[in-house]
Every structure is written in structure tokens, then in C-alpha cells.
Design a protein around this ligand. Structure first.
Ligand code: ADP
Ligand code: ZN
Ligand code: ZN
Length: 699
């Protein structure tokens, strides 16, 4: 019966998951016994499988449309589920177009994977259980007290309440200025108006913290979280709670931006500058930028919060008169709550520090810094030492012939991990035991060069006998619960000196830390990545924000930076916590170089069996679309990516730049189909993959 269409049937356009490179960018037509409203979830035959699909808005009619007799019928309609709303479809459609992905890929990627596993019967059972769970919800918990607002919080909230078109707001407030309190109060307003709230954080590790605070404040509300750490069943359940309108508040990481919310009234993007908001593979969307778009679609306010906004957001919040776009409204909260001042910054000139002992390849730790930490240990206070490189040493080297621990599969060094005496490639994962002798000359004297967090911990343990050390980085915390356990021991006062990567700089509220030190922050000053300085400033300021949170100990808290370049403008701006001045410097540089936010960028990337194959694809790609580029769009010559070979695949990239976002978008839309056809041709000549990254984080 499935094969023959019913007597009277409707043509419905259905979006199904198709790979980007199949070239299928519009919905497929199917037949249904009744007219199905757009947004309905269905299961439809595709090839030999039956797959999940979403009924879309525009029928695929046109000269190429197949006649009814050639269409297959819809296999099942998941009709217990309300259709995905129009704004959701618009958001997905916009994201697919803007980030140059197939509509089906985008739509299916943002739905809970578990949804694909269910047929209509299983679906019915699932739904009953969900409604039962909702009915059981118990509303008796007492809610936490709201603190009286500080004057700057009150001002920000007044601005948020002003009637008129809801511009996006940039809440620019120091760490500890009470931004979260502003989110909570604004959320309260939305909840009281019967609306739903979407709150986003950059990292999964930060969700439990915020969730606890939100749950304490809104104990009588339904709060669900959405992030990749949930089981598929939890993720489906929470997504359904949001979509049915049962959940009042959704808290999540970047993927949460796509949650269907029928009563959406407020979107918050905390730490909006954080690079984690940009997806780094597949559909490379920016959840921060999509949140702004979504706010505009739903006509609801969006709050972007940060102590160090991205230069894009900062530029958008600068008035026209100050050279910005004036698109966002800036709300400033410069002061910390209570007496907790930001720590005093001490920039320490390493060129004056004593030279390390001969044969010791670890970079120095200044004596002044060590004695400042010792003082803290003696007083029972804690210190945080920041180093953004895990492992023991970034490379091993032979003292005789100069052999280095390169990765055979990548153009990168393998990192020495002392705990298990391995050499590990942080790009492809290739891991081996450390050789007993130099593989090239047999010399037994192969030594670590440079310093990672493991070695820093060892160095500090030697220099500070009696101090209790702890470490937090991706190696220590890869096991479930390890991060929580380590954080708990810091909070319990069982650690005097905590060594960590950028993981510890983010968000964690440490009460007894009175000293923060960055021991090797210089690399970012000379990186080829144009965003490196911006990111480093944010990291250092955020790290500084970990100190002196407790008013009782805040008076003498310090942020130490040991550097070979003490006069660098980045450190000078950091000294007085002058983000606005730093942003001014950076914007001037960006404007002169024609970089974002003064220009829009896209990166065409290609991977091949050889560097020649990858670059040949890019060269031809440029030639084929040259006519579309016109005056407004500029194509740069193809170059190898910064790490050009990973896992035996060669990678190259070509930058595309335009002073006008719209011109770039038009160009990419036209180029896309040309490149799809071209890629088919190139498969034989060694091309493996290609993709466009719109608004790339790094170039
Ligand atoms: P931010 O998000 O800007 O880093 P938080 O909202 O976490 O700052 O606030 C920092 C600390 O100050 C928290 O412990 C918070 O509970 C407290 N706090 C925030 N607002 C107030 C207020 N109005 N009165 C008293 N304490 C407050
Ligand atoms: Zn050797
Ligand atoms: Zn490798």
C-alpha cells in the first residue's frame, strides 16, 4: 500500500538530511493524505531508508518539479508534536544560507538525535511519559532571596525596561560586577509576563554553576539544560519540554540557540566574546550572532554580557559619533559588587630575572613571584598560576644531533607527557612511549624543551616545599567528575597553589585566591592570528577576576604577569584594566589592516592528499568565480593552513574579504554551486574535502 499514492493527496515539501556536497539545497516533495502544516515532523522514504524530515514552507514546484505519480508518500506523521514554529524555520533557513550549508543538514543537525530513532508508536509512548512527568512537578521549594540592587545594576535594569524597539544590549561589566544578577532580574520580568527565557554559556563546565544559581532563584519554575554532555534521552526530554512550552527557562551551550521556544521573551548570551560560541567543524555557525538574529526575529531583547566584549560587539555598541555602528545599546557596570576591587597588576620584566641554570630548558619563574606565592601559602591564602599549554614539555630534543619529537603524521611536535612517559600529538592523537635513546643517533640524552602545566607543577613543587599543589587542565579532567572533584578540593582549601590552563580562568568563583600569575603570556603578542591579542587580553582579565572575590581578602590581591615585553600596550592597558583603551588600539589596527569588524571574511578551506592538490583546487575555485567577485569582493592567494598537515592530510586555505557583508554573502551564494560542481571533478585529482568558513575565528 505504501507504494501507491492515495486517491486525493497533497504535495508537501520536506527537508531531510542530505550531505552538504550532494548539492541538494531545497526540500524534496512527498505526497501526504492531508495537507500538513509547515514545521510538522514526518518520516519519509529516502533511497532505501526511512528518515526523519521537517515539512517546509515553500513547495518545490517549478519547471523541475516531478509529476505527482513519481512522488513517494510520507511514511509517518509524528502528529502528537506541535509543528516547529515559523521563527524556528526562519532561523534554520537563515543559518543555512549565511553559513553556506545545505538546509537539510542544518535543520536535522539542530534537532535532538534521538528524534530520528522514534517511529510513531514509540513516539506516542514517549509523549505520555513526558506529560506525566510534567504533571508530577512539585512547586513547594522556597526561592532564594534577591539581594538589593547596586546602583549600576538598577541603571542597567531601567535601560532594559525602557519601551521601544528592543535593540540588542551589550552588558559590559567587570568580573564580579553582578551581571548574572542583572540576567536573573530581567529573566524574572520575562517569566512574570508568562514568557520563556533562553540563557547561554560558552562551556558545558559552566552550566552546573549557573544552573544552581538559576534554580535557587526560580525554584518554582521549570528549568532545563541543553548541552552535549546530556544523554540522548535527557536531551530529547529537555528539548521537548522547551518545545511544548513546559520549560520556563532553558540554559545551555551554543546548540541551545536553536531550541524551539513558543513563548520566548529574553535571550542572554553570557561571556559573549568566548570563542566556544563558534562551532569549529561542519556547519560553522556562531551561536552569539544567531542569538542576535533570533532576538530580532522574535522581537525580544538580547543581552550580550562580558567584561571584555568581542571587538565585533564592542564596535556595534559604539555610537556612530565614536566611529561605531550604534546598532547595540551599551550598558556599563565598571564596579565590582561590595569592596572587592580588582587585583593590583604587577608586570614583571623577565629580562631582569636571573638566568636559569645551565642545561635547564624550562623558562624561568621570577624570584619575586615565587616569594609572593610563598607569602600567600604562609598566610593560608591561595594562588592561581596560569599557563595555556598542557603536558610536560611541548617538545623533546636530542642534545647531540638536534632530533625533535615531531609527529610523523602532522606538521607539529609531539608533546611530552611525563605522567605516563608518552609523546602525544595534540592534533591527530598519535601516541607512543618516549624512546630510550634518540631515534636518529642513539644518544641517550634527550631532554624536554619548554614548559607545560605538568612541568610547571613540578617546578613549583620544588620551589615551594610544603605547599599543596593542584592542577586543572584537559588531561587531569578528562574523566567524568574529575573537574568537579578538583574544584571542590580548591574550594575546601586543600590546595595552596593551583596550576591551570584557560579552563580555570573561566567563570569559576574562587573565594580565597589572592594571587593570579600568568607565567608565559607573550606568545599571543606575536601570533599570526589577528585575534590572538584580543583573546589574550580577555583571558588575562578574566583570570585576574578570579582573585579577590572575597571582600575579606581582596585588599592585597595581585595579578602577576611575567613577560619579556613589559612595555607592550596590551600589558599597559591591562595594568589599569582599561578595556576601552585596549579596544581603541585594536580597532585602529583592524581598520588599517581591513580586518573585522571593518570587513567581512570567509575562508575557503581545502584538504588534499598533497598540498599541491589542495592549493590547485583553491586556485581553480578562485578562477571560476572571479567574475562574481566584482569590485567589492577580494580573493587572496591560497596558502597552507598554520598547521598544514594533520593526520597525513594536507590543508590549504584562501581568504575572501569584502568591506560589505552583503556583497560577501551574495558572492558566496553564487560561488557555492560552482564549487560544488568543481569539487566533483577534483575528487580524482586528490581533493579530500572542502568547506567555507564564514566569519572565521582565525585566519
Ligand atoms: P558577574 O556575573 O558580573 O561576574 P556576579 O553576578 O557573579 O558577577 O556577582 C558577583 C558576586 O556578587 C556574586 O557572589 C553575587 O552573588 C554577588 N552580588 C551580585 N549582585 C549583588 C547585589 N546587588 N548585592 C549583593 N551581592 C551581589
Ligand atoms: Zn640524536
Ligand atoms: Zn599528529
Amino acid at each position: 500500500a505504501a507504494a501507491s499514492a492515495p486517491a486525493r493527496s497533497w504535495r508537501v515539501p520536506v527537508v531531510v538530511e542530505t550531505p552538504q556536497h550532494s548539492g541538494l539545497t531545497s526540500p524534496l516533495d512527498y505526497l501526504a493524505p492531508t495537507a500538513l502544516p509547515p514545521g510538522t515532523l514526518v518520516r519519509v522514504p529516502l533511497g532505501r531508508r526511512t528518515v526523519l524530515g521537517v515539512v517546509w514552507d515553500t513547495p518545490a514546484a517549478g519547471p523541475d518539479a516531478l509529476p505527482d505519480v513519481q512522488l513517494k508518500p510520507v511514511a509517518e506523521v509524528l502528529d502528537g508534536l506541535p509543528p516547529l514554529p515559523a521563527e524556528w524555520r526562519q532561523l534554520v533557513g537563515f543559518a543555512a544560507g549565511y553559513y553556506q550549508r545545505a538546509l537539510g543538514e542544518m535543520a536535522l543537525m539542530v534537532l535532538p538525535p534521538e528524534l530520528r530513532q522514534l517511529d510513531a508508536t514509540q513516539w506516542g509512548r514517549r509523549e505520555k511519559r513526558l506529560h506525566k512527568a510534567v504533571a508530577r512537578h512539585d512547586d513547594s521549594v522556597a526561592t532564594a532571596e534577591r539581594p538589593p540592587l547596586t546602583p549600576q545594576q538598577a541603571d542597567a535594569l531601567d535601560a532594559l525596561a525602557e519601551p521601544g524597539s528592543p535593540k540588542p544590549f551589550l552588558l559590559w561589566g567587570s568580573t564580579g560586577s553582578g551581571k548574572t544578577e542583572v540576567y536573573l532580574r530581567q529573566a524574572e520580568r520575562a517569566l512574570e509576563a508568562g514568557q520563556q527565557v533562553l540563557m547561554m554559556v560558552p562551556e558545558i563546565n559552566l552550566t552546573p554553576q549557573l544552573e544552581a544559581r538559576v534554580a535557587a532563584r526560580f525554584a518554582d519554575r521549570r528549568i532545563v539544560s541543553l548541552h552535549s554532555g546530556l544523554t540522548p534521552a535527557q536531551r530529547l526530554r529537555n528539548w521537548l519540554m522547551a518545545h511544548y512550552g513546559h520549560a520556563d527557562l532553558v540554559l545551555g551551550t551554543r546548540l541551545a540557540v536553536f531550541t524551539p521556544l513558543p513563548r520566548l521573551g529574553l535571550i542572554v548570551v553570557d561571556e559573549e566574546h568566548d570563542p566556544s560560541y563558534k562551532q569549529q567543524d561542519g556547519a560553522r555557525y556562531s551561536a552569539r550572532d544567531l542569538a542576535v538574529y533570533r532576538g530580532h526575529l522574535h522581537k525580544v531583547p538580547v543581552i550580550l554580557g562580558s567584561a571584555t566584549p568581542s571587538l565585533e560587539s564592542w564596535f556595534n555598541a559604539l555610537p556612530l559619533a565614536e566611529g561605531g555602528t550604534g546598532r547595540y545599546r551599551r550598558l556599563a557596570m565598571p564596579a565590582r559588587v561590595g569592596d572587592g576591587n580588582m587585583p593590583t597588576v604587577r608586570v614583571l620584566d623577565l629580562s631582569r630575572a636571573p638566568k636559569p641554570a645551565r642545561g635547564d630548558s624550562a623558562p624561568p619563574l621570577a624570584r619575586e613571584l615565587l616569594s609572593a606565592i610563598t607569602e600567600r601559602v604562609e598566610r593560608g591564602e591561595q594562588s592561581l598560576v596560569l599557563l595555556n599549554r598542557r603536558g610536560y614539555a611541548p617538545v623533546l630534543q636530542c642534545g647531540d644531533c638536534g632530533w625533535k619529537s615531531g609527529c610523523p603524521h602532522c606538521s607539529a611536535w609531539r608533546v611530552f607527557h611525563k605522567v605516563d612517559r608518552t609523546l602525544r600529538c595534540h592534533h591527530c592523537g598519535f601516541t607512543e612511549r618516549v624512546p630510550r635513546a634518540c631515534p636518529d643517533c642513539g644518544n641517550q640524552d634527550i631532554a624536554p624543551v619548554g614548559r607545560g602545566t605538568e612541568r610547571l607543577e613540578e617546578q613549583l613543587a620544588e620551589a615551594l616545599p610544603g605547599a599543596r599543589l593542584g592542577r586543572i587542565d584537559a588531561d587531569v579532567t578528562k574523566h567524568k567528575g574529575a573537574l568537579e572533584a578538583q574544584l571542590a578540593s580548591v574550594h575546601a582549601g586543600e590546595v595552596d597553589v593551583l596550576v591551570g590552563t584557560q579552563m580555570v580562568a573561566k567563570g569559576h568563583d574562587f573565594r580565597r585566591i589572592t594571587l593570579v600569575a600568568a607565567v608565559n603570556p607573550d606568545a599571543a603578542l606575536f601570533a599570526s592570528d589577528f585575534r590572538a591579542a584580543e583573546r589574550q587580553f580577555a583571558l588575562l582579565l578574566q583570570a585576574a577576576g578570579r582573585a579577590g572575590r572575597d571582600a575579606g581578602v581582596a585588599g592585597h590581591s595581585e595579578m602577576w604577569v611575567q613577560t619579556w615585553h613589559p612595555m607592550h600596550p596590551l600589558y599597559q592597558a591591562l595594568r589599569c584594566y582599561d578595556y576601552a583603551d585596549f579596544a581603541r588600539q585594536q580597532l585602529k589596527e583592524r581598520e588599517m589592516a581591513g580586518l573585522p569588524p571593518y570587513a567581512s571574511l570567509a575562508m575557503l578551506r581545502a584538504e588534499g592528499r598533497t598540498q599541491e592538490a589542495a592549493q590547485a583546487f583553491l586556485l581553480e575555485a578562485a578562477r571560476l568565480v572571479q567574475d562574481h567577485a566584482g569590485e567589492a569582493v577580494r580573493l587572496y592567494p591560497p596558502v597552507p593552513t598554520p598547521v598544514q598537515r594533520v593526520a597525513n592530510v594536507e590543508r590549504a586555505q584562501m581568504m575572501i574579504e569584502s568591506p560589505q557583508r552583503l556583497a560577501l554573502q551574495r558572492f558566496l551564494a553564487a560561488a557555492q554551486s560552482v564549487w560544488l560542481a568543481q569539487a566533483q571533478q577534483h575528487r580524482r585529482s586528490g581533493l579530500i574535502r572542502w568547506a567555507v568558513d564564514v566569519d572565521p575565528l582565525a585566519i
